[in-house]
Design a protein. Structure first.
Length: 122
């Protein structure tokens, strides 16, 4: 069976995936290619900001973005995702990786296409 990915017509944003052990600043200074891949995604839930309180003493401004991609990469918690367009480094939130089928071709396919939903924080 041939695995055909969905076209990336709506997924214009380009991201780079870095594992926890890699250094994003080394990549940016030397312009080396990432070991784990480049992928395209689109916004799933728009960018938002909010305050998180730590031990009732300080407030931290947390930025959050949720994206969706059809890339078949090994996304894990606390991996780094670099946004090429805006040059921003994000981190995948704990529990922020959801792999779900796209709701199409379930009836006639043994392997429906999968989408990864990533919650990014900064």
């Amino acid at each position: 069976m041939i695995d055909i990915d969905k076209p990336n017509r709506t997924r214009h944003d380009v991201y780079l995936l870095f594992k926890r052990k890699e250094d994003v600043t080394t990549f940016l200074s030397n312009e080396i290619t990432p070991e784990y891949g480049r992928f395209r995604a689109e916004d799933y839930i728009d960018f938002s900001t909010g305050y998180i309180e730590h031990n009732n003493t300080s407030h931290v401004n947390m930025k959050k973005l949720t994206i969706i991609t059809a890339a078949k990469l090994d996304f894990q918690d606390n991996d780094y995702v670099y946004d090429v367009k805006y040059r921003i480094t994000w981190r995948i939130a704990p529990g922020g990786v959801i792999v779900a089928d796209d709701g199409q071709m379930k009836e006639f396919s043994l392997r429906p296409r999968k989408d990864s939903i990533l919650t990014l924080i900064r």
